[in-house]
Ligand binder design. Sequence first.
Ligand code: GDP
Ligand code: MG
Length: 163
Amino acid sequence: MSNIIAIVGRPNVGKSTFFNRLVQRREAIVDSVSGVTRDRNYGKSEWNGKEFSVIDTGGYIKGSEDVFEAEIRRQVELAIDEADAIVFVVDVEEGITPMDAEVAKLLRKVTKPIIVAVNKVDNAKRENDALEFYNLGLGEYITFSAMSGSGTGELLDKVVEVL
Ligand code: GDP
Ligand code: MG
């Protein structure tokens, strides 16, 4: 089976909150050698009767801004290789940051389906604030709140649609 989605984005946008909402049972971390998988969580999920695997990236990114950038770039490139579709999570509280723009630039070159998921849209006012994410140049986005769960249904509809 190759229904794999990867959740990418800079630190603190809510990737793991979303992952934990999706995934009940985590898979064992397979690789103890390369270090590649240590900073990634793998899990299984299911929506509307369709099963898929989920990769949460960027778990242990620490250090300076420079390290951050190189590491995030590496994570995104790995995700692009490994996954069938990418969920790019951004944060409406912060808006588009330079790092978001960097990730978007990488993703614009990818031919796999990309879903832009604007997180922390906890109330109606934030729906308006989310409009700026059109400027990422990745087309339509979906708004949601990983914390409350609102909008995650629409997001998952989209995920299983593109898989
Ligand atoms: P990650 O670094 O991208 O994995 O982000 P985390 O999942 O660790 O979340 C970073 C912070 O954002 C935490 O304090 C979360 O509680 C918070 N957060 C995640 N989702 C939401 C949301 O939908 N609304 C709000 N207000 N905060 C959220
Ligand atoms: Mg995380």
